[in-house]
Design a protein around this ligand. Structure first.
Ligand code: BES
Ligand code: ZN
Length: 612
């Protein structure tokens, strides 16, 4: 009896469920879901089985054949990270049926009122399950070590439609019994319901479970790609234009990493509160609307989430302690796709931005070097609290180091073999290292694999990228310190990424007058590109420029992407003697938190707690 994952109650002596059949009744009036989950085991089991839950209420557990009740109990005191252990006692059962309800505060779900949507007509709800939030929607063995297939029936108000990271089977009226699930809100019940059915036939880790329900529209952008968003023609058209190149990227992905195994690659553009840039939900990637900038720069995020179709979704990290296997490999694969479609210079620029970010993280974790390792110990650690660039960029550096050692042709062959060998499995760092050593004999003599995977900091054989654009930007940033601003002709071909790299390479704080002069010339505070805008506002806050507080407040209230919230709130609360900035941070969070996803709310809360 031992846990298989520090973030789950799942026990190594219990079988992993291999199928889930889920019925969900959406009650928008109470922001809750009433559900039933039929879990199937590969073999009959006697004795206890442990499932993860968070803020779920469990009403019954029964034998699905006889409907006889099965004994169950919920651990009375929730673990702050893992939630509550649902223990069910089985006697030679190979399946069991649980009925439950979610809480309005379910950490995976954001419920938007009609007022919080673009059209302001219908409410909206969507999921974000990575890393450990699936358990707040349904009871499960919420560890990526346990992969399962599922079918789902989503009972929704008839004006709304549902999408899932699964195959859509049909939209139909409820059959008797389905409509009768607890429904205390007369309005939605009276207006009629529809059931949307889905099935996922490939085994996935629970963190890849995803749905969205709202007034959705779509545009076809390729033979296997459709982009969905709230049904606003301008949003849909903008998204269709931005993502027109998707099929080309999928083809490059297939050439590099092997067949695309998920049939469809649809995209869902979420409301601005979506806490990430993108989430690789299989068959249906979730995206922040901030990637639509009208200049096809959203392609990088799509390349990243697409790359997860091989690294992350086909081969998944066994636990979050090996998260670098997902994100490091994917960052490498993303840059290979970007290189193929946008060219070497842009890929190198992205590598430069990543290198810069990695070095900053070393500073952030200087008192807690554990999280500068690739393989981390996460007992008692909330993965959302230690989310950083390290698994992405140090992971990328490690894979790139191996590529440099053996050369690209050999590495490409290795990568294809790695994916074909472990597809639809969840693996750990050791499994990868063993495979590496077997397939590239002697590699451990050339590269210090232990230092790379278990050591802190950045190994000496990591590599700062070389690119003309990168070095030019870097030296321009150095000159700024001596008072020289870049000339118009020097920045005439800059896009968001060049500006981002430039701003990130300036000192943390500069003279307030320099900040104002830079903005007067280049209007960075008003940039439509949020990476640029946020990098500039961060500099403005740290340089004590109070005149930008209005813009900071506006930004914190219009987007919920943590990539922007984290640096802005941190800049506001960090450093002593900046009372006004701290008061602003507290007030804005108080006013904006309703609009943030629960995960983002938690992350901002912990930033404020640490510094106030
Ligand atoms: N899987 C991640 C998002 C994630 C990580 C969600 C950990 C929850 C916990 C996704 O693939 C990702 O990395 N998104 C990036 C995109 C970027 C690297 C292009 C993001 O959201 O910024
Ligand atoms: Zn990723």
């Amino acid at each position: 009896m031992a846990p298989v994952d520090p973030h789950s109650f799942t026990d190594s002596s219990h079988p992993f469920a291999t199928h889930l059949s889920l019925s969900l009744y959406f009650d928008f009036a109470s922001s809750t879901i009433q559900g039933s989950a039929l879990l199937t085991l590969p073999i009959p089991h006697s004795g206890n089985i442990y499932l993860d839950t968070r803020s779920l209420s469990i009403s019954s557990v029964v034998d699905p054949q006889t409907l006889a009740p099965l004994p169950f109990s919920l651990s009375p005191v929730p673990d702050p990270i893992k939630g509550q252990n649902l223990t069910i006692s089985l006697s030679n059962h190979s399946s069991f049926l649980i009925t439950f309800a979610t809480s309005p505060s379910a950490s995976a779900l954001q419920w938007l009122s009609s007022q919080q949507t673009f059209n302001k007509t219908f409410p909206f709800v969507y999921t974000q399950c990575q890393s450990i939030h699936a358990r707040s929607i349904f009871p499960c063995q919420d560890t990526p070590a346990a992969r399962l297939c599922y079918s789902a029936r989503l009972n929704v108000p008839q004006q709304l439609s549902a999408v899932m990271s699964a195959r859509h089977v049909e939209r139909r009226p409820p059959v008797s019994g389905e409509a009768a699930m607890a429904c205390d809100n007369a309005l939605w019940c009276a207006e009629g319901r529809m059931v949307e059915e889905f099935t996922m036939e490939q085994p996935i880790p629970p963190y890849l479970f995803a749905f969205a329900v709202g007034e959705l529209g779509f545009r076809d952008v390729g033979p296997r790609t459709r982009v969905y968003a709230e049904s606003v023609p301008a949003v849909l058209d903008g998204a269709a234009r931005e993502f027109a190149g998707t099929e080309d990227m999928i083809r490059h992905g297939e050439k590099l990493f092997g067949p695309y195994e998920w049939e469809r690659f649809d995209l869902l553009v979420l409301p601005p509160s979506f806490p990430y840039g993108g989430m690789e939900n299989p068959r249906m990637v979730f995206l922040t609307p901030t990637v639509i900038k009208g200049d096809a720069s959203g392609a990088q995020v799509v390349a990243h989430e697409l790359a997860h179709s091989w690294t992350g979704n086909l081969i998944s990290n066994k636990t979050n302690e090996h998260f670098w296997l997902n994100e490091g490999f994917t960052t490498y694969a993303e840059r290979r796709i970007v290189e193929a479609v946008q060219g070497e210079e842009i890929a190198a620029l992205n590598t430069g931005i990543g290198w810069r970010g990695l070095n900053e993280e070393m500073d952030r974790f200087k008192d807690n070097m554990e999280f500068t390792k690739l393989k981390t110990k996460q007992e008692g650690v909330d993965p959302d609290d230690v989310y950083s660039q390290v698994p992405y960029e140090k992971g990328f550096q490690f894979i790139w180091r191996i590529e440099r050692q053996i050369g690209r042709p050999a590495f490409d062959e290795f990568l294809k073999k790695y994916i074909a060998t472990f597809k639809f499995q969840s693996i750990d760092t050791e499994t990868f290292l063993n495979f590496l050593k077997v397939n590239i004999p002697g590699i451990e003599k050339e590269i210090d694999l232990v230092l790379w995977t278990e050591g802190t900091g950045i190994p000496p054989d990591a590599f700062e990228p070389v690119s003309n654009t990168y070095s030019k930007i870097f030296s321009l940033a150095k000159e700024f310190i001596h008072g020289r601003m870049p000339r118009e002709d020097e920045v005439s071909d800059w896009h968001g990424q060049e500006w981002e790299l430039y701003l990130e390479n300036l000192p943390k704080s500069v003279e307030a007058s320099q900040v104002a002069a830079l903005d007067a010339r280049y209007r960075l505070a008003e940039s439509k590109n949020y990476e640029v805008k946020v990098a500039f506002l961060k500099l403005a806050i740290s340089s004590g420029c109070r005149e930008y507080f209005g813009e900071v407040e506006k930004t914190l209230k219009e987007v919920g992407r943590m990539l922007y919230l984290r640096p802005l709130y941190t800049a506001l609360v960090q450093g002593s003697g900046k009372e006004e900035a701290k008061i602003l941070a507290k007030r804005v969070f108080g006013e904006a938190q309703e609009c943030y996803h629960p995960i983002a709310r938690g992350v901002v809360e912990s930033i404020l707690l640490k510094h106030l």
